[in-house]
Design a protein around this ligand. Structure first.
Ligand code: PBG
Length: 323
């Protein structure tokens, strides 16, 4: 007896495989993260993320031109401020590093979406994502500063704001302050389901944002929880989120799939620094074909349900895919 159904028939050539391919990646799917620092003509390599740099604004603008030419629709900016203090005051300084970078990009590069990460951890001297009161990260006090940070980013020209702090109620205060100032049309892409993850390690080197004491377990989610992801996303949508995000991506494909199936909002996935570093390291050691692993990872994230993928591989993948 021979099998009647032979799935191999549809795998006989690349042309045949192309015909029945279910998931097609495109440069349109990507957002490229950038780390902005003070100074001029600076391009400091991040050792745990080969190919990623801390760059001053002049170099960031050049980089944005390249990103746009590759057909990638947007960048997300992270700031390394001139100085840090207890209250993270550079986060909401009108002349802060992000505010200046957004202005420069908007003035020089047309038709590229500039997204800003809204959080306190890059700006506080203690490295936590909010302000500290009585020894802990105070939720409601932090909301006031996040709202101010949001407004300064949007006044500078940010096209989308992306809160990554994981305070309760932040989407609501952000929507409120934006609407009060006439920015009804600026979307919020919320890091809705953000886990307390070891995979952020290399990012903290890039953004110089490792917490000086304790950890982020009282605000970022427990990796063991799945239903809680649905709750976080539902709350953010209720508060006004336009795009909901899962972070990290590859270890949380179940959550990406849950959000895609349960909500009518575009789903973003953040393929984070550790996911990138892991593949780069294995490739360097000759243990894996890094390029193939990258394309497979990105395809899997899209297959799970992500409409948008934030990835340090955006440029390399866009080059491979063509426009
Ligand atoms: C800021 C923030 C982090 C990342 C994005 N925004 C770090 C963190 O929460 O510790 C991580 C991104 C990455 O690892 O690539 N809160």
């Amino acid at each position: 007896m021979f099998p009647i159904d032979r799935p191999r028939r549809l795998r006989t050539s690349e042309t045949m495989r192309r015909l029945v391919r279910e998931t097609i990646l495109s440069a349109n799917d990507f957002i490229y993260p950038l780390f902005v620092c003070e100074g001029e003509n600076i391009k400091n390599p991040v050792s745990s993320m080969p190919g990623v740099f801390q760059m001053s604004i002049d170099n960031i603008v050049k980089e944005c031109e390249e990103v746009k030419a590759l057909g990638i629709p947007g960048v997300i900016l992270f700031g390394i401020p001139a100085y840090k203090d207890e209250m993270g005051s550079e986060a909401y300084n009108e002349h802060g590093i992000i505010q200046k970078a957004v202005k420069a990009i908007k003035e020089n590069v047309k038709d590229l979406l500039v997204i800003t990460d809204v959080c306190m951890c890059e700006y506080t001297d203690h490295g936590h994502c909010g302000v500290i009161k009585n020894g802990e990260v105070d939720n409601d006090e932090t909301l006031r500063y996040l709202a101010l940070e949001t407004l300064t980013h949007v006044k500078a020209g940010a096209d989308i704001v992306a809160p990554s702090d994981m305070m309760d109620g932040r989407v609501e205060v952000m929507r409120e302050i934006l609407d009060e100032h006439g920015y009804h049309n600026v979307p919020i892409m919320s890091y809705s389901v953000k886990y307390c993850s070891a995979f952020y390690g290399p990012f903290r080197e890039a953004a110089e944002s490792t917490p000086k004491f304790g950890d982020r377990k009282t605000y970022q989610m427990d990796p063991a929880n799945r239903t809680e992801g649905l709750k976080e996303a539902a709350l953010d949508i209720q508060e006004g989120a336009d795009i909901i995000m899962v972070k990290p991506a590859l270890p949380y494909l179940d959550i990406i799939s849950d959000l895609k199936q349960n909500f009518d909002r575009p789903v973003a996935a953040y393929h984070v620094s550790g996911e990138y570093a892991m593949v780069m390291a294995a490739d360097k050691l000759g243990w894996m074909d890094g390029h193939r692993a990258m394309m497979e990872a990105l395809t899997s994230i899209k297959r799970a349900g992500a409409d948008i993928i934030i990835t340090y591989y955006a440029k390399e993948a866009a080059k491979a895919l063509g426009k």
